[in-house]
Design a protein around this ligand. Structure first.
Ligand code: FPP
Length: 247
């Protein structure tokens, strides 16, 4: 029985987040430049997106570029941005064929004009697709997001739009980049590192974590399905005890 067949379609994670790690090491293991790993990583992005859409996962979020990634050597940053622009443009037919709507979170204004233009175009073209929302986290970090949310909320309080005693978790969530998107139920990180790396820290309070030793360019849809099967075998207690769960 394949991993796909083992998945219970009634209990799919409604939102899967992925930290796509290990492109650089994958390339270096092959005596290639790091950017070659990023290029090969695009195939794994397609595998994850098509694989998730195929089984009916409604939200998939990929950590494509963190605010900290700006500190990498300029050649790598430029190459990554170039790859993004090229990939987004080229992959529009794949997104359309799979009913995927493209979305972004992060400091999009900090990206180059070219990249913003391609993103805007792809988001417009795919805006009526309803099968899955694919969110790319670009120039994103959770601490940036939470700080910005606090600034915007403080602004609304100063203008009298929000009363401090009216702040609760739902209201605060609505100021985050992910407003309208459910919290991830499953996080997958490749490359054998056990870290969250400043990704969706508020949203992942109760996310199930799945760490995979494979490097990102080797990730296949079967790895995705295996992670979902693993997720479905876990008991999610949300602070309760086992006996309370069926009540
Ligand atoms: C982490 O590997 C990966 C990234 C920083 C970039 C991810 C980008 C892609 C998969 C390509 C394009 C993406 C899209 C959405 C079109 P790393 O470089 O940190 O690897 P290392 O830990 O081995 O150095």
């Amino acid at each position: 029985m394949s991993f796909k067949e083992k998945i219970d379609p009634e209990r799919l994670p409604q939102h899967i987040a992925i930290i796509m790690d290990g492109n650089g090491r994958w390339a270096q293991q092959r005596g290639q430049l790091r950017v070659y790993g990023h290029e090969q990583g695009v195939t794994a992005v397609r595998e994850a997106a098509e694989g998730a859409a195929e089984i009916g996962v409604p939200f998939l979020t990929l950590y494509a570029f963190s605010t900290e990634n700006w500190n990498r050597p300029k050649e790598e940053v430029d190459a990554l941005m170039g790859l993004l622009v090229e990939t987004i443009d080229k992959e529009i037919p794949t997104l359309m064929d799979n009913g995927i709507r493209l979305n972004t979170i992060g400091d999009i204004e900090s990206l180059g004009e070219d990249c913003r233009l391609q993103l805007r175009r792809a988001m417009e073209r795919t805006s009526t697709n309803t099968r899955m929302v694919l969110t790319l986290a670009l120039s994103y970090s959770a601490r940036w997001e939470i700080t910005r949310a606090a600034q915007r909320l403080a602004g609304d309080i100063a203008q009298g739009k929000v009363a401090p005693e009216g702040i609760d978790q739902d209201l605060f969530s609505s100021y985050l980049e992910t407003s309208g998107i459910p919290d991830p139920e499953l996080l997958i990180r490749t490359s054998g590192e056990y870290r969250l790396s400043n990704f969706l820290l508020w949203q992942m309070a109760y996310t199930e974590l799945c760490f995979i030793p494979k490097l990102w360019p080797d990730f296949t849809r079967d790895d995705l399905y295996k992670a979902i099967v693993d997720f479905q075998c876990r008991e999610r207690r949300f602070g309760k005890i086992s006996g309370q769960l069926s009540i």
